[in-house]
Structures are given as structure tokens and as C-alpha cells.
Design a protein around this ligand. Structure first.
Ligand SMILES: O=C(O)CCC(=O)C(=O)O
Length: 251
């Protein structure tokens, strides 16, 4: 059962926070499965599925893509707790595209550029959302997410290429006004942030000396989404150019 205001808040603000979405043994089990995946599966993965700040230093692992290749983690995609919440907010049946993990390891200069996810996905109508589950305490010091409320109602802004692996495009005209209106979201492990595909968001680098900033994320798209294939191919092309330029081997 969802709070009556959840859907209204999602529709007006373009993001919502569900405190304690996972807790107790459910959270511990997920954390243990992710740890197993990092220890046992990641060492065998192709470079495009596991990004490091510095590939020679395993402790700088910062992003895992396509984790649904692991059957246990793939099960989250059809878990009614996750999928049901996504469908409630989207107002239609939805499927998960995949499972990802993001970290900002301590001691790495790794901000998340301001962007709108649907600039990457290219869906019309934009019935797509991202669920981002905090796995650590997250605040300004270690690079919490920052949203611009209502920005999902103002269309897609111009993006240009960035030098951030995993976020190949960022908003090119991000301004002082944008910084002034953004909201920084603090989280505890198990808190879930959900944002609309058109909501502008970003995160600073992790400035702490010892704290990780890990999260587990799923993207759900509604059945009514149609992809603009030409725009999507342009995006894929620019992401793979970035990978080549940054020395990531693409299999
Ligand atoms: O974890 C981050 O810093 C960024 C995540 C993000 O942009 C997303 O999941 O859409």
C-alpha cells in the first residue's frame, strides 16, 4: 500500500523519497548479494560492464552495468515491491531495463554531471523512471543526489559530451539558477529515491576520506513508451566514442 501523496508528489516534483523501502533482512540480503557479485563475478566481466576510476586499483570500482546477467539480482526486476511501486507511479504496466550499481569511492574526484536520464533513453511519452536505493549513509560530503523540483515538466535541455565515464552527456547550459533551486537529498541505507526520466539531477564528488557512496538502481519503462531510434543510436554512438577515448575495451 502506498501513501496517497506519493503519486501526486512524483507528478508535481518529478521525484519522491521512500524512507526504509528496504530494511532488516531484505536489505542485508541484497547487500550480501551485491558483495558476492563484486567478489565473484566482477573480476570476469568485460570492461564495459564494470567501470573503475582507476582499473589498476579494484577499490575504485565505481559503476556496474547489466547486473541482471546474475539470476539472483535479475529477480529484483520482477519483484512486486519494486515493480509494483514503479507501476503505481507510472500509472501503467512497466518493465525494468536492467540493474546497475553506482559508487563514489572515497578519495576519487568523480562528480555526476547534471543530466536527464531520458536524454539517454529517448522515450516518448517519457513514462520512465529510475529507482535509486541508497546502500550507505549519503549526504553532501559523500555526494548525495540533487534534484531540481518540477524540472521534468519543462522538457529536455541541451546536453553535450562529458569526460565522466558512465555519464557521457551532461546539460550544457546548467546555470546559477539551477544550482539555486536544486534540492540535496540525504539518505540512509534502504531509502529509495525515485525520479522521472526528465527530472534534472546531479551529484558532487565524494569529498570524504573514508566513506563510500554506494547505490543500487533500476530503470522502469511503461508499456506506452516508444523509443526514438535515431536519437537513441546517436546517443549510443557518442557513448561508445567516449568509451574508446577513455580506453574502455568494448566487447
Ligand atoms: O549515482 C549517481 O551519482 C547518479 C545516478 C543517476 O544519475 C541515475 O541513476 O540516474
Amino acid at each position: 500500500m502506498h501513501e496517497p501523496s506519493l503519486k501526486t508528489d512524483y507528478e508535481t516534483q518529478g521525484f519522491v523519497v521512500i524512507r526504509g523501502f528496504l530494511h532488516g533482512s531484505a536489505l542485508q540480503t541484497l547487500q550480501a548479494e551485491i558483495e558476492r557479485y563484486i567478489q565473484q563475478v566482477v573480476p570476469q566481466l568485460p570492461e564495459a560492464d564494470a567501470f573503475y576510476q582507476d582499473r589498476l586499483r579494484p577499490e575504485t570500482l565505481k559503476q556496474l552495468n547489466r547486473m541482471q546477467q546474475d539470476a539472483t539480482l535479475a529477480a529484483v526486476m520482477t519483484d512486486p515491491h519494486w515493480q509494483g511501486t514503479a507501476e503505481h507511479l507510472l500509472g501503467e504496466a512497466a518493465t525494468a531495463q536492467g540493474v546497475e550499481w553506482f559508487n563514489k569511492p572515497p578519495g576519487t574526484e568523480h562528480p555526476t554531471p547534471p543530466h536527464q536520464d531520458n536524454f539517454y533513453f529517448c522515450f516518448t511519452p517519457p513514462k520512465v523512471l529510475t529507482m535509486w536505493l541508497a546502500l550507505d549513509d549519503v549526504d553532501e560530503e559523500n555526494g548525495c543526489l540533487r534534484y531540481i523540483p518540477g524540472s521534468h515538466q519543462r522538457g529536455i535541455r541541451p546536453h553535450r559530451r562529458t569526460q565522466t565515464l558512465g555519464f557521457s552527456q551532461g546539460i550544457s547550459d546548467f546555470s546559477e539558477d539551477d544550482y539555486a533551486t536544486e534540492v540535496a537529498i540525504h539518505c540512509q541505507p534502504g531509502d529509495l529515491l525515485i525520479h522521472h526520466g526528465d527530472t534534472i539531477h546531479r551529484a558532487d564528488a565524494n569529498r570524504s576520506a573514508t566513506r563510500h557512496r554506494r547505490s543500487f538502481a533500476l530503470v522502469f519503462q511503461g508499456v506506452s513508451c516508444q523509443r526514438d531510434d535515431q536519437a537513441y543510436q546517436r546517443y549510443l554512438q557518442s557513448a561508445s566514442t567516449q568509451h574508446r577515448e577513455m580506453g574502455v575495451l568494448v566487447s
